[in-house]
Design a protein around this ligand. Sequence first.
Ligand code: SAM
Ligand code: DTB
Ligand code: SF4
Length: 313
Amino acid sequence: MKTLNEIRAIHGLPFPELLFRAATVHREHWDASDIQFCTLDSIKTGACPEDCAYCPQSARYATEVKVEPLKEVGRVLAGAQIAKEGGSTRYCMGAAWREVREGAQFDAVLDMVRGVSGMGLEVCVTLGMVTEKQALQLKEAGCQVYNHNLDSSREFYEKIITTRTYDDRLATIANVRAAGLEVCSGGILGMGETLEDRVHFLHELTKLEPPPESVPINQLVSVEGTPMENAEPVPPLDFIRMIATARILFPKSRIRLSAGRTQMSDELQALAFFAGANSLFTGEKLLTTPNPGETHDHRLIESLGMRIETVAT
Ligand code: SAM
Ligand code: DTB
Ligand code: SF4
Protein backbone atom coordinates (compact mmCIF):
# COMPACT_ATOMS: atom_id res chain seq x y z
CA MET A 1 0.00 0.00 0.00
CA LYS A 2 1.24 3.46 -0.86
CA THR A 3 1.63 6.16 1.77
CA LEU A 4 -0.12 9.51 1.59
CA ASN A 5 3.20 11.11 0.63
CA GLU A 6 3.76 8.64 -2.18
CA ILE A 7 0.26 9.23 -3.54
CA ARG A 8 0.72 13.00 -3.29
CA ALA A 9 4.00 12.66 -5.19
CA ILE A 10 2.41 10.62 -7.99
CA HIS A 11 -0.56 12.98 -8.27
CA GLY A 12 1.80 15.97 -8.43
CA LEU A 13 4.19 14.57 -11.06
CA PRO A 14 4.90 16.70 -14.10
CA PHE A 15 1.92 16.04 -16.38
CA PRO A 16 3.74 14.23 -19.21
CA GLU A 17 5.59 12.03 -16.71
CA LEU A 18 2.35 11.16 -14.92
CA LEU A 19 0.65 10.24 -18.18
CA PHE A 20 3.58 8.20 -19.40
CA ARG A 21 3.68 6.18 -16.18
CA ALA A 22 -0.09 5.65 -16.17
CA ALA A 23 -0.13 4.60 -19.82
CA THR A 24 2.72 2.16 -19.15
CA VAL A 25 0.94 0.56 -16.17
CA HIS A 26 -2.26 0.39 -18.22
CA ARG A 27 -0.53 -1.64 -20.93
CA GLU A 28 1.00 -4.06 -18.43
CA HIS A 29 -2.44 -5.21 -17.31
CA TRP A 30 -4.96 -4.41 -20.03
CA ASP A 31 -5.41 -4.15 -23.74
CA ALA A 32 -5.34 -0.36 -23.89
CA SER A 33 -7.46 -0.31 -27.06
CA ASP A 34 -10.46 -1.84 -25.29
CA ILE A 35 -13.25 0.06 -23.59
CA GLN A 36 -15.99 -1.50 -21.51
CA PHE A 37 -19.48 -0.09 -22.08
CA CYS A 38 -21.75 -0.11 -19.04
CA THR A 39 -25.33 1.09 -18.91
CA LEU A 40 -27.06 2.67 -15.94
CA ASP A 41 -30.71 2.26 -15.11
CA SER A 42 -32.38 4.29 -12.38
CA ILE A 43 -34.76 1.69 -10.97
CA LYS A 44 -36.11 4.02 -8.25
CA THR A 45 -35.75 7.74 -8.75
CA GLY A 46 -35.74 10.71 -6.39
CA ALA A 47 -37.29 11.32 -2.95
CA CYS A 48 -34.14 10.05 -1.24
CA PRO A 49 -33.96 10.80 2.49
CA GLU A 50 -30.20 11.43 2.39
CA ASP A 51 -28.77 14.93 2.04
CA CYS A 52 -25.79 14.37 -0.31
CA ALA A 53 -25.17 17.94 -1.44
CA TYR A 54 -24.32 16.96 -5.01
CA CYS A 55 -27.35 14.81 -5.65
CA PRO A 56 -30.45 15.88 -7.54
CA GLN A 57 -32.33 12.89 -6.08
CA SER A 58 -32.25 14.06 -2.47
CA ALA A 59 -35.73 14.96 -1.19
CA ARG A 60 -34.18 17.98 0.55
CA TYR A 61 -33.53 19.91 -2.63
CA ALA A 62 -36.01 21.36 -5.09
CA THR A 63 -34.76 19.92 -8.39
CA GLU A 64 -36.55 18.98 -11.58
CA VAL A 65 -36.09 15.26 -10.98
CA LYS A 66 -39.35 13.40 -11.46
CA VAL A 67 -39.91 11.06 -8.53
CA GLU A 68 -40.59 7.50 -9.68
CA PRO A 69 -41.32 4.44 -7.57
CA LEU A 70 -39.50 1.14 -8.10
CA LYS A 71 -39.72 0.15 -11.78
CA GLU A 72 -41.46 -2.98 -12.84
CA VAL A 73 -39.14 -5.92 -13.45
CA GLY A 74 -40.28 -6.25 -17.09
CA ARG A 75 -39.36 -2.63 -17.87
CA VAL A 76 -35.92 -3.09 -16.38
CA LEU A 77 -35.30 -6.23 -18.42
CA ALA A 78 -36.43 -4.45 -21.59
CA GLY A 79 -33.89 -1.70 -20.83
CA ALA A 80 -31.18 -4.29 -20.28
CA GLN A 81 -31.95 -5.88 -23.65
CA ILE A 82 -31.54 -2.51 -25.41
CA ALA A 83 -28.27 -1.90 -23.54
CA LYS A 84 -26.99 -5.33 -24.58
CA GLU A 85 -27.83 -4.62 -28.22
CA GLY A 86 -25.89 -1.35 -27.92
CA GLY A 87 -22.75 -3.19 -26.89
CA SER A 88 -22.93 -2.95 -23.10
CA THR A 89 -21.57 -5.85 -21.13
CA ARG A 90 -22.48 -4.49 -17.71
CA TYR A 91 -25.86 -3.30 -16.50
CA CYS A 92 -25.86 -1.16 -13.37
CA MET A 93 -29.14 -0.60 -11.53
CA GLY A 94 -29.30 2.30 -9.09
CA ALA A 95 -31.91 3.14 -6.48
CA ALA A 96 -32.30 6.42 -4.59
CA TRP A 97 -32.42 4.64 -1.26
CA ARG A 98 -30.56 5.30 1.96
CA GLU A 99 -30.38 1.56 2.54
CA VAL A 100 -31.88 -1.73 1.47
CA ARG A 101 -34.95 -2.83 3.39
CA GLU A 102 -36.03 -6.40 3.13
CA GLY A 103 -39.51 -6.98 1.74
CA ALA A 104 -41.38 -6.87 -1.55
CA GLN A 105 -39.20 -4.13 -3.05
CA PHE A 106 -35.93 -5.93 -2.35
CA ASP A 107 -37.49 -9.15 -3.67
CA ALA A 108 -38.31 -7.31 -6.89
CA VAL A 109 -34.71 -6.08 -7.13
CA LEU A 110 -33.54 -9.69 -6.71
CA ASP A 111 -35.83 -10.63 -9.62
CA MET A 112 -34.27 -7.87 -11.72
CA VAL A 113 -30.81 -9.17 -10.86
CA ARG A 114 -31.81 -12.73 -11.82
CA GLY A 115 -33.32 -11.53 -15.07
CA VAL A 116 -30.43 -9.32 -16.18
CA SER A 117 -27.85 -11.90 -15.20
CA GLY A 118 -29.81 -14.50 -17.19
CA MET A 119 -29.34 -12.31 -20.26
CA GLY A 120 -25.58 -12.78 -20.03
CA LEU A 121 -24.85 -9.29 -18.78
CA GLU A 122 -22.68 -8.50 -15.79
CA VAL A 123 -24.92 -7.16 -13.08
CA CYS A 124 -24.03 -4.28 -10.79
CA VAL A 125 -26.37 -2.64 -8.30
CA THR A 126 -26.13 0.47 -6.15
CA LEU A 127 -28.82 0.57 -3.52
CA GLY A 128 -27.28 2.48 -0.61
CA MET A 129 -26.25 0.74 2.59
CA VAL A 130 -26.48 -3.07 2.72
CA THR A 131 -25.94 -5.74 5.33
CA GLU A 132 -23.81 -8.77 4.63
CA LYS A 133 -26.94 -10.93 4.50
CA GLN A 134 -28.55 -8.71 1.86
CA ALA A 135 -25.31 -8.62 -0.13
CA LEU A 136 -25.27 -12.41 -0.04
CA GLN A 137 -28.84 -12.55 -1.36
CA LEU A 138 -27.80 -10.27 -4.22
CA LYS A 139 -24.82 -12.48 -4.97
CA GLU A 140 -26.98 -15.61 -4.95
CA ALA A 141 -29.39 -13.95 -7.39
CA GLY A 142 -26.52 -13.45 -9.86
CA CYS A 143 -25.23 -10.01 -8.96
CA GLN A 144 -21.52 -9.63 -9.53
CA VAL A 145 -20.71 -6.10 -8.40
CA TYR A 146 -21.91 -3.59 -5.81
CA ASN A 147 -21.27 0.12 -6.33
CA HIS A 148 -20.78 2.23 -3.24
CA ASN A 149 -18.62 5.31 -3.61
CA LEU A 150 -16.38 6.87 -0.99
CA ASP A 151 -16.96 10.08 -2.97
CA SER A 152 -14.16 12.14 -1.38
CA SER A 153 -11.77 12.39 1.55
CA ARG A 154 -13.00 11.60 5.05
CA GLU A 155 -12.50 15.27 6.00
CA PHE A 156 -14.47 16.64 3.06
CA TYR A 157 -17.20 14.01 3.26
CA GLU A 158 -18.78 15.49 6.35
CA LYS A 159 -19.10 18.84 4.61
CA ILE A 160 -21.28 17.34 1.89
CA ILE A 161 -23.34 14.68 3.67
CA THR A 162 -24.65 14.79 7.23
CA THR A 163 -27.11 11.90 7.18
CA ARG A 164 -24.46 9.18 7.28
CA THR A 165 -20.79 8.83 8.04
CA TYR A 166 -17.69 7.78 6.16
CA ASP A 167 -17.53 4.74 8.44
CA ASP A 168 -21.07 3.78 7.37
CA ARG A 169 -19.78 3.80 3.80
CA LEU A 170 -16.78 1.65 4.72
CA ALA A 171 -19.00 -0.79 6.63
CA THR A 172 -21.19 -1.37 3.57
CA ILE A 173 -18.12 -1.93 1.41
CA ALA A 174 -16.88 -4.48 3.97
CA ASN A 175 -20.28 -6.25 3.91
CA VAL A 176 -20.20 -6.40 0.12
CA ARG A 177 -16.73 -7.91 0.21
CA ALA A 178 -17.62 -10.40 2.90
CA ALA A 179 -20.47 -11.65 0.72
CA GLY A 180 -18.03 -12.28 -2.13
CA LEU A 181 -19.25 -9.51 -4.43
CA GLU A 182 -16.87 -7.33 -6.42
CA VAL A 183 -16.56 -3.77 -5.21
CA CYS A 184 -17.02 -0.72 -7.41
CA SER A 185 -16.04 2.39 -5.48
CA GLY A 186 -14.88 5.80 -6.58
CA GLY A 187 -15.65 9.45 -6.18
CA ILE A 188 -16.64 12.83 -7.52
CA LEU A 189 -14.47 15.76 -8.52
CA GLY A 190 -15.63 19.36 -8.58
CA MET A 191 -17.53 19.64 -5.31
CA GLY A 192 -15.22 22.31 -3.91
CA GLU A 193 -12.69 19.80 -2.55
CA THR A 194 -8.98 20.67 -2.58
CA LEU A 195 -6.24 18.77 -4.38
CA GLU A 196 -5.22 17.49 -0.96
CA ASP A 197 -8.75 16.10 -0.44
CA ARG A 198 -8.38 14.21 -3.70
CA VAL A 199 -5.09 12.72 -2.54
CA HIS A 200 -6.68 11.69 0.78
CA PHE A 201 -9.65 10.21 -1.10
CA LEU A 202 -7.32 8.06 -3.22
CA HIS A 203 -5.44 7.04 -0.09
CA GLU A 204 -8.70 5.85 1.53
CA LEU A 205 -9.48 3.80 -1.57
CA THR A 206 -6.04 2.16 -1.49
CA LYS A 207 -6.72 1.10 2.10
CA LEU A 208 -9.48 -1.20 0.85
CA GLU A 209 -8.10 -4.69 0.78
CA PRO A 210 -8.42 -6.18 -1.81
CA PRO A 211 -8.67 -3.05 -3.98
CA PRO A 212 -12.00 -2.23 -5.65
CA GLU A 213 -12.34 -4.02 -8.99
CA SER A 214 -13.69 -0.81 -10.48
CA VAL A 215 -13.11 2.82 -9.65
CA PRO A 216 -15.61 5.25 -11.15
CA ILE A 217 -14.32 8.81 -11.40
CA ASN A 218 -17.24 11.21 -11.69
CA GLN A 219 -17.07 14.89 -12.51
CA LEU A 220 -19.82 16.73 -10.68
CA VAL A 221 -22.89 17.36 -12.78
CA SER A 222 -24.07 20.54 -11.09
CA VAL A 223 -27.82 20.45 -10.93
CA GLU A 224 -30.05 23.45 -10.28
CA GLY A 225 -31.67 23.30 -6.87
CA THR A 226 -28.81 21.39 -5.20
CA PRO A 227 -26.35 23.21 -2.91
CA MET A 228 -23.74 22.62 -5.63
CA GLU A 229 -25.62 24.26 -8.48
CA ASN A 230 -22.92 26.94 -8.85
CA ALA A 231 -19.85 24.79 -8.25
CA GLU A 232 -16.71 25.77 -10.15
CA PRO A 233 -15.96 23.36 -13.00
CA VAL A 234 -12.94 21.09 -12.58
CA PRO A 235 -9.93 22.21 -14.65
CA PRO A 236 -9.90 19.53 -17.38
CA LEU A 237 -6.28 18.53 -16.91
CA ASP A 238 -6.84 18.09 -13.15
CA PHE A 239 -9.48 15.56 -14.07
CA ILE A 240 -6.94 13.70 -16.21
CA ARG A 241 -4.45 13.80 -13.32
CA MET A 242 -6.99 11.99 -11.21
CA ILE A 243 -7.61 9.29 -13.83
CA ALA A 244 -3.87 8.75 -14.32
CA THR A 245 -3.17 8.55 -10.59
CA ALA A 246 -6.04 6.11 -10.12
CA ARG A 247 -4.67 3.96 -12.95
CA ILE A 248 -1.24 3.82 -11.30
CA LEU A 249 -2.69 3.04 -7.86
CA PHE A 250 -5.16 0.46 -9.16
CA PRO A 251 -3.34 -1.22 -12.04
CA LYS A 252 -5.74 -4.16 -12.30
CA SER A 253 -8.99 -2.26 -11.73
CA ARG A 254 -11.37 -0.78 -14.21
CA ILE A 255 -11.03 2.99 -14.13
CA ARG A 256 -14.41 4.32 -15.24
CA LEU A 257 -14.97 7.69 -16.85
CA SER A 258 -18.36 8.26 -15.26
CA ALA A 259 -20.61 11.30 -14.75
CA GLY A 260 -19.76 14.61 -16.38
CA ARG A 261 -18.86 13.50 -19.90
CA THR A 262 -21.37 15.85 -21.55
CA GLN A 263 -19.14 18.70 -20.35
CA MET A 264 -16.00 17.06 -21.76
CA SER A 265 -14.67 17.40 -25.28
CA ASP A 266 -13.88 14.26 -27.26
CA GLU A 267 -10.22 15.27 -27.05
CA LEU A 268 -10.36 15.28 -23.26
CA GLN A 269 -12.04 11.88 -23.20
CA ALA A 270 -9.37 10.54 -25.55
CA LEU A 271 -6.74 11.84 -23.15
CA ALA A 272 -8.57 10.10 -20.30
CA PHE A 273 -8.33 6.81 -22.22
CA PHE A 274 -4.62 7.41 -22.72
CA ALA A 275 -4.30 8.11 -18.99
CA GLY A 276 -5.83 4.71 -18.25
CA ALA A 277 -9.62 5.01 -18.23
CA ASN A 278 -11.03 1.82 -19.75
CA SER A 279 -14.74 1.92 -19.06
CA LEU A 280 -17.61 4.34 -19.48
CA PHE A 281 -21.33 4.70 -19.00
CA THR A 282 -23.19 4.75 -22.25
CA GLY A 283 -26.78 5.76 -23.01
CA GLU A 284 -28.71 9.02 -23.20
CA LYS A 285 -28.97 9.30 -19.45
CA LEU A 286 -26.90 8.49 -16.38
CA LEU A 287 -29.41 8.14 -13.55
CA THR A 288 -31.21 11.46 -13.90
CA THR A 289 -28.79 13.69 -15.84
CA PRO A 290 -27.82 13.65 -19.53
CA ASN A 291 -25.02 11.51 -20.95
CA PRO A 292 -23.52 11.67 -24.47
CA GLY A 293 -25.57 8.72 -25.83
CA GLU A 294 -24.73 5.59 -27.72
CA THR A 295 -24.31 7.09 -31.18
CA HIS A 296 -21.78 9.59 -29.91
CA ASP A 297 -19.85 6.94 -28.00
CA HIS A 298 -19.77 4.42 -30.83
CA ARG A 299 -18.44 7.17 -33.13
CA LEU A 300 -15.89 8.31 -30.58
CA ILE A 301 -14.48 4.83 -30.00
CA GLU A 302 -14.44 4.13 -33.74
CA SER A 303 -12.76 7.43 -34.58
CA LEU A 304 -10.02 6.64 -32.06
CA GLY A 305 -9.52 3.20 -33.61
CA MET A 306 -10.44 1.61 -30.29
CA ARG A 307 -12.75 -1.31 -29.58
CA ILE A 308 -15.80 -1.85 -27.43
CA GLU A 309 -15.27 -4.92 -25.29
CA THR A 310 -17.57 -7.68 -26.34
CA VAL A 311 -17.03 -10.21 -23.59
CA ALA A 312 -17.61 -9.43 -19.94
CA THR A 313 -14.39 -9.95 -18.00
N1 SAM B 1 -28.28 5.97 -3.29
C1 SAM B 1 -27.16 5.15 -3.51
C2 SAM B 1 -25.88 5.71 -2.94
O1 SAM B 1 -25.77 6.91 -2.74
O2 SAM B 1 -24.97 4.91 -2.68
C3 SAM B 1 -26.94 4.80 -4.98
C4 SAM B 1 -27.18 5.84 -6.04
S1 SAM B 1 -26.14 7.31 -5.95
C5 SAM B 1 -26.91 8.38 -7.11
C6 SAM B 1 -24.62 6.76 -6.71
C7 SAM B 1 -23.49 7.74 -6.86
O3 SAM B 1 -23.78 8.69 -7.87
C8 SAM B 1 -23.11 8.61 -5.67
O4 SAM B 1 -22.33 7.94 -4.74
C9 SAM B 1 -22.31 9.71 -6.35
O5 SAM B 1 -20.94 9.38 -6.36
C10 SAM B 1 -22.86 9.74 -7.77
N2 SAM B 1 -23.55 11.02 -8.04
C11 SAM B 1 -24.76 11.41 -7.58
N3 SAM B 1 -25.08 12.65 -8.02
C12 SAM B 1 -24.05 13.06 -8.79
C13 SAM B 1 -23.78 14.24 -9.53
N4 SAM B 1 -24.63 15.27 -9.53
N5 SAM B 1 -22.64 14.32 -10.21
C14 SAM B 1 -21.76 13.28 -10.20
N6 SAM B 1 -21.94 12.14 -9.53
C15 SAM B 1 -23.08 12.03 -8.82
C1 DTB C 1 -21.10 6.24 -10.19
O1 DTB C 1 -20.01 6.40 -9.63
N1 DTB C 1 -21.66 7.11 -11.03
C2 DTB C 1 -22.96 6.67 -11.45
C3 DTB C 1 -23.04 5.27 -10.82
N2 DTB C 1 -21.87 5.19 -10.02
C4 DTB C 1 -24.23 4.84 -10.09
C5 DTB C 1 -24.04 7.61 -11.10
C6 DTB C 1 -23.82 9.00 -11.65
C7 DTB C 1 -25.01 9.82 -11.32
C8 DTB C 1 -24.91 11.20 -11.89
C9 DTB C 1 -26.08 12.04 -11.50
C10 DTB C 1 -27.38 11.57 -12.06
O2 DTB C 1 -27.49 11.24 -13.26
O3 DTB C 1 -28.37 11.60 -11.30
FE1 SF4 D 1 -29.68 9.42 -2.08
FE2 SF4 D 1 -27.60 8.21 -3.25
FE3 SF4 D 1 -28.42 10.68 -4.03
FE4 SF4 D 1 -27.24 10.40 -1.68
S1 SF4 D 1 -26.30 9.98 -3.70
S2 SF4 D 1 -29.11 11.58 -2.09
S3 SF4 D 1 -27.99 8.38 -1.04
S4 SF4 D 1 -29.55 8.78 -4.23
